[in-house]
Design a protein around this ligand. Structure first.
Ligand code: HDE
Length: 710
């Protein structure tokens, strides 16, 4: 977004190609197109002559009840809200498609998993769990990852999370868990946080939560972006092939951009400075054509191996380590279209774990079984009745016919007289479809069943700490430090000493002595004497696949860089770095001291995309400062610019300083490291900058950066 100094042709113009920035603003207005040129009418189609004034008895007189236009408008407004989701209320979604790489006929007869030529439309909604609809995106929480596949055989919803396990083992505990984690009922504090007494009270008394709480306290609880998260179906499902043979399966989504997270200080600040941080990035990336992508992975477990593990496959607090059962990558999902209307699509989307297609079936995981009930029930309340599948976002794209009739908000106008089956009046239609290799009706997998009616947790669900320990042991040193800090922060907010003690002595001490001791130290509690439960012998000590340090993509696609400018900034450096970043699939934004154009080294002007305060360094992955004596001097004298760099340093980001901009580093007393780069010009440091950004953070800097005030 550059402009000339003056209209005169004498001064040159910068036409800096910044990749994605602001390029598609025009397209944002696309949704108005259908209303353009059309008269404003009432809901019944009556043209409105005056939309500014209520009908009154005299200019200064009382309003008249007769005003049907005003009454209709206000009534509609009064009814605009539907109940938000009781959990996962805060979310954002996008459209896209899924394509399988090769037919999976040996595993499943699901049509969309057997036709590599087919692009199956999808709608994906990401969410946090605890906070209400208007809460911040970057809080520490689990993220929902719900995908609706509109297949030719009906809708399949994969309603998962960004963590592969869950807090509880049985559905009947879900209301207890949610009541504990939600804001406390007397004062509705805190919003979007688990750092409070009732959450820690519950989880410290419920050891089955130990594994999942550890995930939530890890960097997985604060992802940078939805596109930087893995997704998991969590439960064990079944796949069934055309011959009726079944295997167990765990579903995985693997982000092509890699898996990476915010640092805690950054997450907290973003919650205030840009509560829409994740939502905005998803929207902007799609608008600019930088589409988020995931690969679908399957962990396939033959039926005969059901009991071969040291945990129960039906226990949703356990994952199947990838070192024991590798993930087979089978297809790709691309999100390439933003919704046109947030309410109509994202808010009204009704996901349901019970939406399956032939070839996909359930296991007896007791959490999964309970969810099968809950998701219909919740839509009846939220969407006002059993016709929620007729809402456009929920409607299958394949034909659907049955004898379900009437109820609130019915949209289908069913013709004919026979709304029952069998019938002879309509020739018996619609009729059942027998199961068949392709296009057949759904048949439940005929799993043999027997048992005594009882309320009991299987003994095989009884080990709550081995996999928590596996996760802890698999973390890189910096990840362990973050986990210790997260427990210390959260438990530090807990008012009751006995809850803190219980969590440390009865949960953390059973996971790992170092974790328990360090957290105890930070809370001023005595170090626990040892665990209360004897550790079990398990198949694996470590699972490298669990550490985000091993899950980076190795490239910088979709990463964002701030270019700090002031009058005199070297234009060659700016052009060069933008070129390099764009060629790597990253984007840059020019950040100025104010929104006013700055004068570049060649005498032209450059209009910043944002100001130092408008887009702080927490919104970027790296900071670049071009050379230029005058610019460096101006930035040195600007407290906001110094803070910008200091904060980027503290958050362990790559910082590249060209020429005279090196003075900024000296002024801030920052030691050069593999991510704090100096060179005369951009050309000489851009390769190192790309390398440092691909590492996501300069972890080696962390101990030093901690000493810097926030
Ligand atoms: Fe959910 N969950 N859940 N859940 N869940 C809902 O459904 C529930 C569970 C998940 O973007 C609700 O439409 C019960 C596990 C996601 O619209 C509700 C139990 C996992 C979303 C509900 C669970 C999830 C929900 C609230 C224990 C990961 C958001 C509104 C038996 C595998 C979907 C709604 C969206 C939403 C119930 C446990 C993921 C109340 C009873 C485990 C991603 O029906």
């Amino acid at each position: 977004m550059s402009e000339k100094n003056s209209p005169s042709e004498a001064a040159g113009t910068h036409t800096l190609d910044r990749g994605n920035s602001n390029a598609k603003l025009d397209q944002l207005e696309r949704w108005r197109e259908d209303a353009t040129g059309e008269a404003l009418t009432s809901n019944t189609g009556v043209k409105v002559a005056d939309n500014q004034n209520t009908l009154k008895a005299g200019e200064r007189g009382p309003s008249l009840l007769e005003d049907f236009l005003m009454r209709e408008k206000i009534t509609h407004f009064d009814h605009e809200r539907i109940p938000e989701r009781v959990v996962h209320a805060r979310g954002s979604a996008a459209h896209g498609y899924f394509q399988v790489y090769e037919p999976l006929a040996e595993l499943t007869c699901a049509d969309f998993l057997n036709h590599p030529e087919k692009k199956t439309p999808v709608f994906v909604r990401f969410s946090t769990v605890q906070g209400p609809r208007g809460s911040a995106d970057t809080v520490r929480d689990v993220r929902g990852f719900a995908t609706k596949f509109y297949t030719d055989e009906g809708n399949f919803d994969l309603v998962g999370n960004n963590m592969p396990v869950f807090f509880i083992q049985d559905a009947i505990k879900f209301p207890d868990f949610v009541h504990a984690v939600k804001p406390e009922p007397h004062n509705e504090i805190p919003t979007g946080q688990s750092a409070h007494d009732t959450f820690w009270d519950f989880v410290s008394l419920q050891p089955e939560s130990a594994h999942m709480v550890l995930w939530a306290m890890s960097d997985r609880g604060i992802p940078v972006a939805y596109r930087a998260m893995q997704g998991f179906g969590v439960h064990t499902f079944r796949l069934v092939n055309a011959a009726g043979r079944s295997v167990f399966v765990k579903f995985h989504w693997r982000p092509v951009s890699g898996v990476y997270s915010l640092v805690w200080d950054e997450a907290q600040k973003l919650a205030g400075k840009d509560p829409d941080f994740n939502r905005r990035q998803l929207w902007e990336d799609i608008e600019s054509g930088d589409y988020p992508e995931w690969e679908l992975g399957l962990q396939v477990i033959p039926e005969e191996d059901e009991h071969k593990f040291d945990f129960d496959l039906l226990d949703p607090t356990k994952l199947v380590p990838e070192e024991l059962v590798p993930v087979r990558v089978v297809g790709k999902m691309v999100l390439n279209r933003n919704p046109d209307n947030f309410f109509a699509e994202t808010e009204q989307a009704a996901f349901h774990i019970g939406h399956v297609v032939p070839g996909i079936d359930f296991s007896n995981d007791p959490l999964l079984q309970g969810r099968l009930f809950s998701y219909t029930d919740t839509q009846l309340l939220r969407l006002g009745g059993p016709n929620f599948n007729e809402i456009p976002i929920n409607r299958p794209l394949c034909p659907f016919h049955n004898n379900n009739r009437d109820a609130p908000h019915r949209q289908t106008i069913n013709k004919g007289r026979a709304a029952y089956e069998p019938n002879s009046i309509d020739g018996g239609w619609p009729k059942e479809t027998p199961p068949a290799a392709s296009g057949g009706g759904f048949v439940s997998y005929p799993e043999p069943m027997s048992g005594v009616k009882l309320r009991k947790r299987a003994d095989s669900f009884g080990d709550h700490f081995s996999q928590a320990r596996l996760f802890w042991n698999s973390m890189a040193p910096h990840e362990k430090e973050h986990i210790i800090a997260a427990y210390s922060f959260e438990l530090g907010k807990v008012e009751r000493r006995e809850i803190r003690e219980r969590q440390v002595n009865q949960i953390l001490a059973n996971i790992d002595p170092l974790l328990a001791t360090r957290v105890a130290q930070n809370l001023g509690l005595p170090a626990p004497a040892g665990g209360t439960v004897a550790p079990l012998q398990t198949a694996l000590e470590k699972s490298p696949a669990l550490s985000q340090a091993n899950l980076l993509s190795g490239n910088i696609r979709s990463r964002k860089v701030a270019i700090l400018v002031a009058d005199g900034a070297n234009v060659d450096d700016i052009s060069h770095i933008i070129g390099v970043l764009n060629s790597e699939g990253a984007t840059a934004k020019v950040i100025g001291p104010s929104s006013a154009p700055v004068k570049t080294s060649d005498g032209n002007t450059l209009v910043p995309d944002a100001t130092l305060e408008g887009l702080p360094s927490i919104a970027f992955d790296a900071v670049f400062v071009p050379a230029g004596a005058e610019a460096a001097k101006a930035l040195l004298a600007n407290g906001a610019a110094l803070h910008y760099l200091l904060e980027a340093y503290k958050h362990l980001k790559a910082i590249a300083l060209c020429g005279e901009a090196a003075d900024l580093r000296a002024q801030l007393h920052l030691e050069a490291d593999e991510g704090l780069l100096n060179a005369a010009k951009a050309e000489d440091l851009c390769a190192d900058l790309v390398k440092a950004m691909a590492q996501h953070r300069v972890w080696a800097r962390e101990p030093k950066a901690k000493a810097i005030p926030a």
